[in-house]
Write a protein that binds this ligand. Structure first.
Ligand code: MN
Length: 254
């Protein structure tokens, strides 16, 4: 089994290293990851400048790894189309520092890494832990390996990836695994206007989670209750209900 690992936190992320440590004994593992953090880059790809991939060594690991100047989606394309000795069986993006829930998926470089794998028709997983500090990666890494075995055995629908969020808890405090749907977690965006030392204004885009609507069965609901959340995410974004409703509109060219 050949696995391609990427992330959006960059090649030096401890989450990436923990995942690789778990996988490399079980599968032929390769890493293609951004040279620095590219969180919240969504599915951006690089078309107007050269992509560079520099061979690198990960701490306490023998895997072949490259650091690139590209985005997570670029990294997957680089790996599949050029750097790996053959097509990977699985793409895993992560382990991300911080959860990817609800609306996060729209911005997430982590999830986009897995989406790019799915576009190449390779079964793909995005894996995140639910905290930004004092992160525990071992549980998420172990669960990712278990999930890989299941995916290899059972396969995934061609247009679907798995988005995994793991509570930042020791293993014995995690309640179990829930299969969930993408939730409604969203943010209230704010613009912080400041003044630079030369008197010119600059802006800092920020936001805090909106009051939580953790509806039962959603990704954020499961994570908040201490369960690992596994959400099947489809790339096709058509709204089937609206498709039907729109058919009843009076739309002519005019
Ligand atoms: Mn990230």
């Amino acid at each position: 089994m050949r696995i391609l690992v990427t992330n959006d936190d960059g090649i030096n992320s401890l989450g990436l290293h923990a995942l690789v440590r778990e996988l490399e004994g079980e599968a032929e593992t390769f890493v293609v990851a951004p040279e620095h953090e590219r969180s919240a880059t969504g599915h951006a790809i690089t078309l107007h400048k050269p992509l560079r991939a520099v061979p690198t060594i990960l701490p306490e690991s023998d895997v072949k790894a490259w650091a690139t100047n590209g985005t997570p989606a670029d990294c997957v394309a680089l790996g599949v189309l050029g750097l790996l000795p053959g097509r990977p069986d699985i793409v895993i993006s992560g382990i991300n520092v911080g959860p990817n829930l609800g609306r996060d998926l729209t911005y997430s470089g982590t999830v986009s890494g897995a989406m790019e794998g799915t576009i190449f028709r390779i079964p793909s997983l995005a894996v995140s832990v639910g905290a930004f500090r004092d992160t525990i990666f071992e549980v998420a890494a172990g669960f990712a390996m278990r999930l890989v075995r299941q995916v290899v055995e059972r396969g995934l629908p061609e247009d679907t990836l798995l988005n995994v969020n793991v509570p930042n808890l020791p293993k014995d405090q995690i309640k179990g695994v829930k299969i969930t749907r993408q939730g409604e977690k969203r943010y209230i965006s704010t613009l912080d206007k400041r003044t630079d030392p030369r008197g010119r204004p600059y802006y800092w885009l920020t936001g805090a989670p909106a009051p939580q609507q953790d509806a039962e069965g959603t990704d954020s609901w499961a994570l908040a209750l201490g369960y690992i959340s596994v959400t099947p995410i489809r790339l096709n974004m058509t709204d089937p209900d609206a498709l039907e409703a729109l058919a009843g509109w009076s739309l002519e060219i005019g």
